[in-house]
Write a protein that binds this ligand. Structure first.
Ligand code: V47
Length: 365
């Protein structure tokens, strides 16, 4: 190893030593990597960690999304998806619409539905309890991954319940896990700029802790590449790492690079692919206790997601079946994201990986 590190700084040698001894890098060391190290050095370490855990395995699943409504009471500055009720481009599906959508998407053949949408004035705990009852009676095998912490907080307020009760009621009707969105950057000063009406940092974490304590796994995300600094990213990841030490409830971390089209952020420049890849690597290194790092190809594009698998990511998300618009509306290259299982497997194999179909708990199918 000394030879391999010959041209590296003392700080990089120290970080490499920690990583190769399965230690934990500090906030200052993560900052050093962001500020000074090149993407290839970060990739080398992140790939070591990923390989030690998963070898050449890369996970994917057979899934679809249902974005039930884009009508939202909030107006997050980075969001290109939301509309007001009655505005052009707004949609709002009923329970029977969702069942028809799942039938069209051949839900018998997939294992997971990811349900999310805006904060809709009439869609709260009661509506979703009914929806999940219908879904589970028609497609009992489907894992329902749904909602961000923001929706759980909204239902709790709207229905005058605490988070435990909302989560318990929805779990009883079939909610299997929570999605990772709404985290943005877990810093309330940044949140004031990005999404002033949204769930604050402590509440986002509290909802996930409540879900974990109820035996439910959740994901977590980071929306980055806008106004935040490297320190803000590290603070965000440190909040996630600390909660994970306590609960072990996060399955997966998904870095979401800010996409600039069609929103009010007023930032037209997106970060480079090189910075995006380096960010995957640093998250793999810093988040030593979160098992999976997802390269979400509908956001990043198929080819870039494939590259991210050499920068620490081990999860390629799923088949999607042209069912999500959040990123196409924000200008993502994948305007109709859909991949057959065959296509995913071939793409992963051609890149030297071993494709492993997983269920929603990351057990091989
Ligand atoms: O909460 C919205 C982000 C999230 C933009 O849990 C944006 O497996 C970048 O959370 N540029 C929703 N990001 C999507 C999400 C997600 C996606 C895939 C898998 C999982 C999972 C979760 O998307 C939002 C927000 O953080 N977002 N707009 C944008 N313009």
């Amino acid at each position: 190893m000394d030879d391999l590190l010959k041209f590296r700084t003392d700080q990089e040698k120290e970080i490499a030593g920690i990583v190769f001894n399965s230690g934990r890098i500090s906030d200052e060391q993560a900052l050093y990597l962001y500020e000074n190290s090149d993407p290839v050095f970060c990739a080398w370490l992140a790939d070591y960690v990923k390989n030690a855990r998963f070898g050449k395995d890369v996970y994917y699943n057979k899934n679809t999304h249902v974005e039930i409504t884009n009508i939202c009471l909030n107006q997050c500055k980075f969001c290109s998806f939301y509309r007001r009720k009655g505005e052009e481009g707004a949609w709002d599906y009923s329970c029977s619409d969702v069942i028809s959508i799942l039938e069209q998407k051949n839900a018998e053949e997939i294992t997971e539905v990811h349900i999310t949408g805006g904060l809709h004035p009439e869609k709260t705990t009661g509506f979703y309890s009914e929806l999940f009852t219908h879904i589970k009676s028609r497609f009992p095998h489907l894992h329902i991954k749904a909602f961000t912490a923001v929706e759980i907080e909204y239902f709790a307020k709207a229905d005058n319940m605490d988070f435990e009760t909302v989560i318990a009621l929805l779990k009883e009707k079939g909610l299997g896990s929570l999605a990772g969105g709404g985290a943005e950057i877990l810093d309330d000063k940044i949140r004031k700029t990005l999404c002033p009406e949204k769930t604050d940092s402590a509440t986002w974490l509290k909802v996930h802790k409540t879900a974990h304590n109820a035996g439910m796994k959740t994901n977590c995300t980071m929306l980055y590449g806008h106004v935040e600094s490297y320190r803000d990213r590290i603070k965000h990841m440190s909040e996630l790492r600390n909660l994970q030490d306590e609960t072990q409830g996060f399955n997966c971390f998904i870095p979401l690079k800010y996409k600039s089209y069609g929103n009010q952020m007023g930032i037209n420049k997106e970060i480079s692919l090189s910075e995006e890849l380096k960010n995957y690597a640093i998250s793999r290194l810093y988040l030593d206790n979160i098992p999976h790092i997802k390269a979400y190809w509908p956001m990043t594009g198929k080819e870039n997601a494939l590259l991210a698998l050499s920068f620490g990511a081990d999860d390629f998300d799923g088949t999607i079946g042209d069912s999500t618009k959040i990123y196409s509306m924000a200008g993502a290259e994948e305007q109709k994201p859909s991949m057959s299982e065959k296509e995913i497997r071939q793409m992963l194999k051609d890149a030297g990986f071993n494709p492993v179909e997983r269920d929603s708990g990351y057990d091989p199918v």
